[in-house]
Design a protein around this ligand. Sequence first.
Ligand code: ARG
Length: 398
Amino acid sequence: MTRLWDRGEPLDDAVLRYTAGDDPSLDERLVPYDLRATEAHAAMLHAGGFLTAEQHSALQAAIRELLGSHARGDWHIQPEEEDCHTAIENRLTLLAGDAGRAVHLGRSRNDQVLAALRPWLKDRLDELASAADRVASALDGLAGIHGHLTIPGYTHLQRAMPSTVSLWAGAFAAEARDDAEGLRIARRRADRNPLGSAAGYGVPVLGLDREMTTRALGFASTQEPVTAVQLSRGKAEASALFEASLLALDLGRLAADICLFASAEFGFVRLPASITTGSSMLPQKRNPDVFEIARGRTAEAHAALHEVLGVTAKMTSGYHRDLQLLKRPLFRGLDGVLDTAQILAQVLPQVDFDPGRLAAAMDPSMDMAARAYRLVRDAGIPFRDAYQRVRDDPDAGK
Ligand code: ARG
């Protein structure tokens, strides 16, 4: 396997391993996306007269073959190949001969990585948004079954006013849907074609048709000027992780409520054995671990956002190898939130509310505000007077 930039000089293996990092495994998920970007680039080169019809069809066949064999798990990026771009070019050359060596014309791995990463990110954001919508639907389902039950509304974790299961679930459902919308809007920064920016300063001499790859890859626009491409790397990632962090935050808070409600002291919800886990020491325990992990994993998304911002902060413009370090937190952060949304959508329908425990928690003092409002409405007195009368007289406003 050859490295694309090899000049025959001796290389320090430890340095290569260190700089490649875990790209060979991380880039596995970019392989199909890089192949599709390569296909679009090849079609553009052919239209521009830089690839013969034979070379173009040889490449098309090789790309199809590699998409299939990679999906079947027949090959993986080798550690010495550094990244998916090298692995693909090596295999295209094996399958399509010189055409494989010709298709890098007018590209650099600097724009190539973004041509793969951005469509991946758009897909992932759609996937996450749908998962958030499924959590919202699961909450709608809970509201449909148990929504009529009253539940204390808490402020400062003290009983404040009567609420309902419908209002409780509805809040989380509305926020999950709002998070889904935020995730879909975050596609915007990933929706620009980087191809044609090459190493970061464009492609001289050839007059490549950037609009053609923009259309072929379904980007909303061509990113201009070419120097903005590398400068913007990390912003689509940060924006996606920020929106994902907000979803993680809501899911974690939902999980925290359920942990509290499932305690013996509250007892508002019952969790079936199938979604709880046991204790190695205390035979009587059934623990809400799935909700605790969902709560704890909020930190993962937030840390990923922090890491992404930290990598790019204070970096001068143009490509730098540090930018490669954006991929790991991006993948880890988004994967984590997706996992959490998926498991919550699955277990939420199994949360059962205990009408008896809920009714027992409905302390009558929570009606004080309603009683005061009734006095204001019916007796026409100022709110502050009604407040005092209700406080001092247990029958006022009844
Ligand atoms: N793996 C690299 C990245 O993600 C690809 C670009 C490498 N470019 C370079 N000039 N070494 O950034």
